[in-house]
Design a protein around this ligand. Sequence first.
Ligand code: G3P
Ligand code: MG
Length: 241
Amino acid sequence: MIYAHRGASKLAPENTMPAYDLASESGADGLEIDVQLTKDNIPVLIHDENVRRTTNGTGFVQDYTYDQLRLLDAGSWFSSKFSDCSIVTLDYFLRWFKNRSMQLNVELKTNVIHYNNIEAIVYDQLNYHQMLDRTVISSFNVASVEKITAIDSNVQTAFLTSIKRKHLPKYAYDHGASSLHVKYRMLDKALVKQCHHHRMPLRIYTVNRPSWMTKCFKLGCDGIFTDVPHEAVEQRDLFES
Ligand code: G3P
Ligand code: MG
């Protein structure tokens, strides 16, 4: 499966509605989004803890209320064409997304700041919008994966990592994860075999080069995250033909 990483983030500013629109038009199977929490506990879609890189503001997401955060320009850093983009809430996104027949990966950004109760807040919104059956909730922080599993053991979760360790699928499983999301350089035949032995889907980030895409398809990975979903769909068609 092809997941658009932060939307079609090579073509439009990451984690904004234009990037999500392009992802939905690309033929990708799924969409990956990053979630942080505002000062007033609103889940919002932005990759970094700090707004500096992707907006015209400064400071941490957790120090803004959503009413303050939404005033920031989240598109001009990418191109002046996108100067009207703002940071959107998870709730706004889900209202748009639920009419589309795509899978969703919600990444909880809890590896740097631990946002109080973010797991339950995000879970409740996914549940409210009846999205749980096509959502994987992932995190680099195993504590977040464990919390989601404790809330609902049927929800699909993923442990995210860029660090090699022995028996990684077992480690993920022992922390309540039902799948594994790893950095491309960790991918090899042995890992695919281990994951499949444990019936654990393996998805790879961030796969932008055609040769990397082909390697993922060849090895039988279950999913890739890519900034260029249009190209990945083309590569997959070529690979399958
Ligand atoms: O979820 C896959 C990937 O998004 C993890 O890394 O830093 O791009 O959020 P990052
Ligand atoms: Mg991410």
